[in-house]
Ligand binder design. Structure first.
Ligand SMILES: Nc1ncnc2c1ncn2[C@@H]1O[C@H](COP(=O)(O)OP(=O)(O)OP(=O)(O)O)[C@@H](O)[C@H]1O
Ligand SMILES: [Mg+2]
Length: 478
């Protein structure tokens, strides 16, 4: 039996089923045995009565003399059968006894005899020794043949005690049959109860696993009974649970991604603002540059606010919705801002950041996203270049506006290039948590933003020679 021992049940389902089946079978058996005994006994008595009627018929039909009747009486006596003949008044006419003997019949029976009916009165009398003695007793009328007139009746009797003996045998046989069928019933109930309980337990185990978070479970079932339908509904429930769990996981994953991306993108403007504030605090920013620095700080602060409002909006995260606010943006103006922002970190690693003149070049993009793309690419170029040159150039092409970010840093192998767009990928995994983040998120964010704009990004790189990223933004649709 597969029962969970840790749970104490008052009356386990197995016993309920088992006792239920057993009770039904035992009741059925008992009823059958009792009716068989009863029926057997009645049939036996009936057959004796039939025999007695036949004797009565033989006696009445033959119109016998007394001495012939004596012979018959002797013959029947050997078979324990005795008979008496009464006249129409109910007075004994055979055998002749010294005193008048009258039949002890109630008027109703006499009437029935007069009407030609036979009467069977099997009685329970006492014998000479006072033992109860069941006797089959019949009364049969006889009539005058010509006038069809009631003339009297014959009574024939015989003890039925031998039936009891037969009944005892029958009961003994039935008792052994009862015993054997009870054993069979116990076995069958056990097997059947076990089968049913097994099915319930299978469901219980499955429900337990689902409760522990295993949503892949599906139960086999046919369409036979309620337990099969329960299994089918259980499967549907588990599938629904799995879908909602997957949705919860997806949402969670999306939320995590958004949070990480937002944090990643907030780091650069915050670093810029912090650097400029430091410069102001220690008075290292020349007077002529102060206003410019404050303006840059304001711009970056506004960008941060927008980033927080748009990227951290829960509804946007849930529906994975991105709102792009596209305009024709002047590329060189934006690059000047970025240059101001990046100058100090470029200098820290001994790099020169050169932005080619792109006057009159426009790009059709969302200002914040466009800036994010370039900041990420230029920051990477600075990070992976030592004492080198980082160049940013732009060009109007037939299919759109092309922006190029080129460095002569450490470069990448073909194998590394394959993976750079993946989240958390870093060619050199040992570089973590430097001042610039280094979480391996930058390029995956860039890729996503480029896709949102319907733009193309390409990378050319050679180990120890440098890397070039080229993005082509499509023109404003006319
Ligand atoms: N200009 C580059 N030169 C050489 N390797 C680069 C360049 N840009 C990116 N890579 C390689 O691609 C990897 C992924 O870049 P990505 O910007 O996604 O992450 P990261 O710069 O390491 O970290 P994060 O941007 O999150 O601070 C980098 O770790 C680096 O190995
Ligand atoms: Mg990066």
């Amino acid at each position: 039996m597969t029962q969970d021992r840790s749970i104490k049940m008052k009356l386990p389902y197995f016993y309920q089923q088992f006792l239920g089946f057993l009770a039904v079978i035992i009741v059925l058996m008992s009823v059958s045995v009792l009716s068989l005994v009863h029926f057997g006994r009645n049939t036996a008595v009936r057959s004796i009565e039939d025999r007695l009627y036949r004797y009565a018929d033989s006696i009445t039909e033959m119109e016998l003399e007394n001495n012939e009747l004596d012979v018959i009486q002797r013959l029947l006596y050997e078979q324990d059968v005795s008979f008496f003949i009464f006249d129409e008044e109910g007075t004994l006419t055979y055998p002749l006894l010294p005193s008048d003997v009258r039949a002890r019949l109630v008027p109703e029976h006499i009437e029935r005899l007069q009407a030609g009916e036979r009467v069977a009165l099997t009685t329970n009398q006492e014998d000479m020794l006072g033992n109860p003695r069941e006797t089959a007793l019949i009364y049969a009328p006889f009539f005058n043949e010509q006038e069809n007139e009631f003339q009297g009746f014959v009574t024939v009797s015989a003890p039925v005690s031998h039936i009891d003996q037969q009944m005892e045998e029958l009961k003994a046989n039935l008792a052994s049959a009862f015993l054997i069928s009870t054993i069979l019933a116990v076995l069958m109930s056990f097997v059947f109860a076990r089968y049913q309980v097994g099915r319930v337990n299978r469901l219980r185990k499955a429900a337990h696993k689902v409760a522990e978070g295993e949503y892949s479970i599906q139960l086999d079932h046919k369409e036979r009974d309620e337990i099969d339908y329960l299994s089918r509904d259980f499967n549907r429930m588990v599938t629904a649970l799995r879908y909602s769990q997957e949705e919860v996981n997806r949402q969670e994953e999306r939320r995590k991604t958004f949070m990480q991306d937002a944090a990643h993108e907030m780091r650069t403007p915050l670093t810029t603002i912090n650097g400029l504030l430091e410069g102001l605090e220690y008075d290292v920013i020349p007077e002529s540059q102060r206003l410019r620095s404050i303006k840059l700080m304001r711009k970056e602060t506004k960008r941060l606010i927008r980033l927080v409002n748009e990227n951290l909006d829960y509804e946007n995260i849930r529906s994975n919705r991105i709102v792009l606010n596209k305009h024709d943006l002047p590329v060189s103006e934006i690059l000047v801002e970025i240059q101001d922002q990046m100058r100090s970190i470029a200098e820290e690693s001994g790099n020169k950041l050169r932005v080619h003149s792109m006057d009159g070049l426009y790009v059709y993009a969302d200002y914040d996203r466009f800036k994010q793309i370039l900041v990420n690419l230029i920051k990477n170029a600075i990070q992976f270049t030592k004492d080198g040159l980082i160049e940013v150039d732009g060009e109007e092409k037939a299919d759109g506006t092309q922006i190029i970010v080129r460095d002569n840093g450490i470069g990448m192998s073909a194998e590394q290039i394959k993976n750079i767009w993946d989240r958390y990928y870093k060619a050199d995994a040992s570089r973590t948590n430097t001042a610039y983040g280094e979480s391996g998120l930058g390029l995956s964010i860039v890729h996503q933003l480029v896709e949102q704009h319907g733009a193309q990004i390409e990378v050319f790189s050679e180990l120890d020679k440098g890397t070039t990223f080229t993005i082509t933004f499509p023109k404003k649709p006319v």
